[in-house]
Design a protein around this ligand. Structure first.
Ligand code: NAP
Length: 475
């Protein structure tokens, strides 16, 4: 763990094991932090706050910029660490490291652009000034599916505006987090400004984050169930919260779209990270007139995807994170098949040869999916593409919006009016129109409804870590 500028063991010397999800092999032992470690990290962050917030934005920017340079220089090494502990193919891991670095660069630049305002006052002798100040100590919790970028997406803006941070990464992927913190250390971050507490049991650390009065903000990325629990706990002392939670993205293909082009996009975005992405399409609504060519192209592409250890060349499908994840996918596919869905490819675990040692599920396409099926409502977080044909009379916008989630959505059409109507009508924080990757460090990312609160990335991402202060001056 990294607390107050020093790498250290957990109190009591406990450790937990990190394993490779593709091979089951042990990779490392990592300090198993608890509540006392979290408290020590929070105290260090609190002690460092005044000094860090008091530095100029230019000085903070320089450190973030240096961290960006280091991360780019180490891209290959970081990607290897990520593939080993998380399983995604090496090329995808390198792309993620690039995305993680993008946040360091973007917020190194934005640090210098935290502008205030003056407001015309109602009295002649009065002046109003609006200033933005860092909220204070930030507690951050991140998931395993994007082990580096989910960290920099929080830590970079928090540091840019002058906050100090304590991060608890996911149990499955602490090694990528350690690499990020090594970079921050080498970039010259003062002691205590960013602290890392690794843990196998998240609950005690989470409780300390919620109950410690020095923490002024909790930022969380993970499941909706845990997010709700944490938000309830944060309400007790009215800590500010940002929540990046689960999704159930619709992928709409209108009648005028090119079904083959749309199916290529669907294959790329659905099987990214083996379907373990919050923006992964979970219901593909395709107009009945073009559903057959769509399914044919999609199935053809999916059948060619090779599953295996992400360290090997040509692997498209890495392992799922663990046994529970495989069991969830199995349950959803069995339920869909029992209720009449057609399994066009996949539909089973992969157990041949070396695959038996990891958590592999065959990339799967389901046709004739209906609202009664589990997969129509539950986030899958696995490599299954559920396709639903819709007809002319169906209100596909209402069908897409019929979910408790509201993170990402996708539309394929060449009809400008239909595109605008869907862009405006979809109750989702992100709408990709003929675009399967509507994300960037410069753009606000986040969900509506039960997909979360707040936005990360862009200038919106800075304001999650700022208080607004009004000064009224009588002169
Ligand atoms: P998760 O089980 O909610 O875990 C996320 C993080 O919370 C992990 O660090 C986990 O620690 C920790 N955690 C779990 N229970 C906790 C508790 N009681 N107190 C404090 N921390 C606790 O989610 P996940 O399965 O890792 O991640 C997948 C979910 O994340 C999906 O629903 C996905 O859609 C969502 N996600 C959302 C976004 C977004 O930007 N909206 C991005 C990526 C992922 P452990 O690892 O030790 O359990």
């Amino acid at each position: 763990m990294f607390i107050d500028g020093a790498w250290c063991a957990a109190e009591g010397g406990r450790a937990f094991l990190v394993a490779n999800p593709a091979t089951g092999e042990k990779i490392a032992d990592v300090p198993d932090g608890g509540r006392a470690d979290a408290a020590r990290a929070i105290a260090a962050a609190d002690a460092a706050f005044a000094g860090w917030a008091g530095m100029t934005a230019y000085d903070r920017s320089r450190i973030l910029y240096r961290a960006w340079e280091l991360m780019i220089a180490r891209k290959v090494d970081l990607a290897r660490t990520m593939t080993a502990e998380q399983g995604k193919p090496l090329r995808a891991a390198a792309n993620e490291v690039q995305y993680a670095a993008d946040f360091l660069l973007w917020y190194a630049e934005e640090a210098k652009r935290v502008y205030g305002e003056t407001i015309p006052a109602p009295r002649g002798d009065q002046r109003f000034i609006v200033a933005h100040q860092p909220v204070g100590v930030v507690a951050a919790i991140t998931p395993w599916n994007y082990p580096s970028s989910m960290i920099t997406r929080k830590v970079a803006p928090a540091l840019a505006v002058g906050c100090t941070v304590v991060l608890k990464p996911a149990e499955a992927t602490p090694l990528s987090a350690m690499e990020v913190f090594r970079i921050l250390e080498e970039a010259g971050l003062p002691a205590g400004v960013a602290n890392l507490v690794t843990a196998s049991d998240p609950a005690p650390v989470g409780e300390e984050f919620l109950e410690n009065p020095l923490v002024r903000k909790l930022t969380f990325t993970g499941s909706t169930a845990v997010g709700k629990r944490l938000a309830r706990g944060a309400a007790e002392s009215l800590k500010r919260v940002s929540m990046e939670l689960g999704g159930h993205a619709p992928f709409i293909v209108l009648k005028d779209a090119d079904p083959e082009h749309a199916a290529k996009g669907a294959a790329l975005v659905k099987f990214l990270n083996t379907g373990q992405a919050c923006i992964s399409p979970n219901r593909m609504f395709v107009h009945r007139d073009i559903v057959e060519p769509f399914l044919e192209t999609l199935t053809g592409r999916v059948e060619r995807m090779r599953a295996g250890n992400g360290m090997e060349d040509g692997i498209a499908i890495g392992p799922l994170v663990g046994e529970a994840a495989v069991a969830k996918v199995e349950r959803q596919v069995a339920d869909a098949a029992a209720r009449g869905a057609r399994v066009l490819c996949g539909g089973h675990r992969l157990m041949e040869g070396a695959l038996a040692r990891g958590h592999f599920y065959a990339p799967t396409v389901l046709a004739d999916v209906t609202p009664e099926m589990l997969i129509y409502r539950e986030e899958t977080f696995g490599p299954v593409a559920p396709v639903i044909a819709f007809d002319d009379g169906d209100d596909v916008l209402a069908m897409a919006n019929d979910t408790a989630y509201g993170l990402a959505s996708y539309v394929y059409t060449n009809d400008l009016r239909a595109a605008m109507r869907l862009f405006e009508g979809l109750r989702f924080g992100i709408v990709g129109i003929n675009d399967i990757n509507p994300t960037a460090a410069a753009a606000p990312f986040g969900g509506m409804k039960q997909s979360g609160l707040g936005r990360e990335g862009g200038h919106e991402g800075l304001h999650e870590y700022l208080e607004t202060k009004l000064g009224g001056f009588s002169i």
